[in-house]
Design a protein around this ligand. Structure first.
Ligand SMILES: [Mg+2]
Length: 251
């Protein structure tokens, strides 16, 4: 990882913090893929059989085709996204971090259409430097199509379509090549697949696991000094105001 320079170098920038967010149950207070299915209850059994915890892009693709056959329009889907509540305190958190020049990114196993709609509707899309997620679009018939972000076989902790740890490492390397380093890196997450990016963090970094969710449970179950133990500081949270208070003390 790119270390902070000991003294200012020409064309080198050291920022205080990169904060990476998961999306579902971390920025927003629901799972967007589950939320949208309220437009077509119940999901047929033959589609439910396609569910896989290792990659649910194909399962969601089948749901979106089913929604299209049920005459659900793109507008209905986007309106559904506009209803979704944020986690309490997220607006205050991201607006504060933007004011103090913290870099923010999103790494999510949702899809680009959902995330773009939610962020633009809340007028906070410009606060995020990049979003890494499964690419999606409405095709010419109005059916929502989603693809895997990548196909990976190197990480057993992640889904086959999205290794968040590799994405975070690649982003930090890209920023390092551009002359930007970070004194601290944080990851805000809730899910079991958020463990991999947290494993990449250093002692001076922060893991923010949502209390009572799977990431928090996995961290609590991990034996001390296991080779898969986290090195970073662990700051459990129930709402984003708690993350804000922690970061105010650091920045
Ligand atoms: Mg999540």
């Amino acid at each position: 990882m790119c270390e902070a320079p000991t003294q200012a170098l020409p064309n080198k920038v050291n920022k205080s913090l990169l904060l990476a967010f998961d999306f579902d149950h971390s920025l927003i207070d629901v799972n967007s893929d589950n939320y949208v299915t309220k437009l077509v209850p119940p999901i047929p059994v033959e589609i439910k059989k396609r569910y896989s915890s290792q990659c649910w892009v194909y399962y969601m693709g089948a749901i979106f085709e089913h929604m299209h056959l049920q005459k659900i329009t793109p507008t209905q889907i986007l309106d559904c996204m506009n209803e979704i509540p944020f986690v309490n305190g997220v607006m205050e958190l991201v607006n504060f971090l933007d004011r103090v020049d913290v870099e923010m990114i999103i790494i999510s196993d949702a899809n680009s259409v959902f995330i773009k709609q939610v962020l633009e509707n809340a007028k906070i899309a410009h606060l995020f430097a990049e979003t890494f997620t499964n690419p999606a679009h409405f095709d010419e018939t109005g059916c929502l199509r989603v693809q895997c972000y990548h196909n990976q076989d190197w990480c057993q902790l992640s889904t086959t379509n999205l290794c968040k740890g590799r994405i975070l490492e690649d982003y930090l390397k890209k920023r390092c090549d551009e002359g930007v380093s970070f004194s601290h890196v944080g990851f805000v997450g809730d899910g079991i697949h958020d463990y991999c990016p947290c494993l990449t963090l250093r002692e001076q970094d922060f893991t923010f696991p949502r209390i009572n969710y799977n990431l928090w449970k996995k961290i609590n179950k991990m034996p001390k000094n296991d080779e898969l133990s986290l090195k970073s500081q662990i700051i459990p949270w129930t709402d984003a105001f708690e993350i804000l208070e922690t970061l105010k003390a650091v920045l």
